[in-house]
Write a protein that binds this ligand. Structure first.
Ligand code: S3P
Length: 441
């Protein structure tokens, strides 16, 4: 088990946001590119790869399973695919660090192998629910053992899986992806039905690797036994990392902020819809033209300073903005009027209990709010207080409160921020370039 070092930031109050920013690669897409590249026949060249701790944990796990990776440049990875049956047993437990996506998707990859595997992670990951993935895989015949639903996850490889039709109880791209990845090795046609759309990167990328996949309404289906062909994957900038600067620019842009080459997959950009409902001026300039089912849409995103008003968030937008809700709560705290988010129970099982962690941070800054079982109610006020906020080792909470300082009366000190390196290792530098006055303590 790995323990993250603790560290802190001091973010000065105020600041003006401007310029053009390049945001690092998408975490979800980088994980998938490594995994599908490993399962493919032939080489896969990944450009724009996110070299953050989470994706590096996936890379190390694949290397431990006998996959050869090369890093010709910091954001380029060459994956020498071994084919679906080419992975080899790892010598010891695979440590997925802080990465929930890595652990859950790898359960789908490892369940149908000829060998056994064990998955572990850091303190936070060892507390997170894995039964939601183990259960459908067990229905497929997989032999997976969790500890009261949590890691370590012990997998006895079972090459003879059978296809199932699984209706997801909650919208979860990770569960959907794990079932589809296991379905590649199952006999028959695997179907997954979602209650609401969740991010569809796995489906798009499987198509790019030559897998036939059908979608009818909310049901995705694929035939087992298909082979993956190595390909080139260009990873766009991570919308979830761009989100911090989208909100920062709404709150404090001098004129406007431009974020270039950002992934704008519609299953990820719920935050833009929410902020526009609050009165934000966000302009999306597409870089990709036709809608291709195997391609990720990319755009330049231009954000202007706007006076935001509180809203009631439609529940259907929650899965489409799930990772952006921490910084959305900051936008709500800086808006005029009340904001209500319900139907966000999933936030309680992220890298921290994000409803509780955000509520505690808002309380420290004097924001009137109410913590609900599945959401938050916030009364916005143009300015926030300062003070000390504990991010509880949650990268997105830490970055959200760095943005809050733009509207604070005094400095905000944010503790336990080392895990920002899991998704956005260059955050401090990028934040300073944008106009946030941040220093490491
Ligand atoms: C992810 C899916 C989401 C998201 C996570 C990344 C993915 O989780 O919160 O950060 O890459 O598939 P759930 O599938 O649990 O909703």
């Amino acid at each position: 088990m790995t323990a993250a070092p603790r560290s802190a930031w001091r973010v000065a109050p105020g600041g003006v946001i401007s310029g053009t920013l390049t945001i690092p690669g998408d975490k979800s897409i980088s994980h998938r590119a490594l995994m599908l590249g490993a399962l493919a026949e032939g080489d896969t060249h990944i450009s724009g790869f996110l070299a953050g701790e989470d994706c590096l944990a996936t890379a190390r796990a694949l290397e431990a399973l006998g996959v050869r990776l090369e890093r010709p440049a910091a954001t380029d990875v060459l994956v020498h695919g071994v084919g679906r049956a080419g992975l080899e047993a790892a010598a010891s437990a695979l440590d997925m660090g802080n990465a929930g996506t890595a652990m859950r998707l790898m359960m789908g990859v490892l369940a149908p192998q000829r060998f056994d595997s064990t998955l572990i992670g850091d303190e936070s990951l060892m507390r997170r629910p894995m039964e939601r993935v183990a259960a459908p895989l067990q229905m497929m015949g997989a032999r997976i053992h969790t500890h009261a639903g949590r890691p370590p996850v012990e997998i006895q490889g079972t090459p003879q899986l059978r296809a199932i039709h699984y209706s997801l109880p909650v919208a979860s791209a990770q569960v959907k992806s794990a079932v589809l990845l296991a379905g590649l090795a199952a006999a028959g046609r695997t179907r997954v039905t979602e209650p609401h759309p969740s991010r569809d990167h796995t489906e798009r990328m499987l198509r790019a690797f030559g897998v036939e996949l059908t979608q009818s309404g909310r049901t995705i289906a694929l035939e087992g036994g298909q082979r993956l062909r190595g390909t080139a994957v260009a990873v766009p900038a991570d919308f979830s990392s761009a989100a911090f600067f989208i909100v920062a620019a709404c709150l404090a842009a001098e004129r406007s902020l431009l974020l270039s080459n950002v992934g704008v997959n519609p299953t990820r950009t719920g935050l833009i819809s929410l902020l526009r409902r609050m009165g934000a001026d966000i302009r999306v300039h597409p870089r990709t033209v036709a809608e291709d089912p195997g391609v990720e849409p990319v755009a330049d995103v231009e954000v202007h300073r706007s006076a935001l008003r509180g809203i009631t968030v439609p529940e259907a937008l929650v899965p489409l903005s799930i990772d952006e809700l921490p910084v959305f709560f900051v936008a709500a705290a800086c808006a005029s009027g009340e904001t209500l988010v319900r139907g966000a129970l999933e936030l309680r099982v992220k890298e921290s209990d994000r409803l509780a962690t955000m509520a505690a941070g808002l309380a420290a800054l004097g924001v009137e709010h109410q913590l609900l079982p599945d959401g938050l109610w916030i009364r916005g006020s143009g300015t926030l207080g300062g003070g000390r906020v504990d991010s509880c080792g949650d990268h997105r909470v830490a970055m959200a409160f760095a943005v809050a300082a733009l509207r604070a009366r005094t400095a905000i000190e944010i503790t336990d921020v080392a895990n920002v390196a899991t998704s956005f290792p260059q955050f401090e530098r990028t934040a300073r370039a944008a106009g946030i006055v941040i220093e490491a303590l």
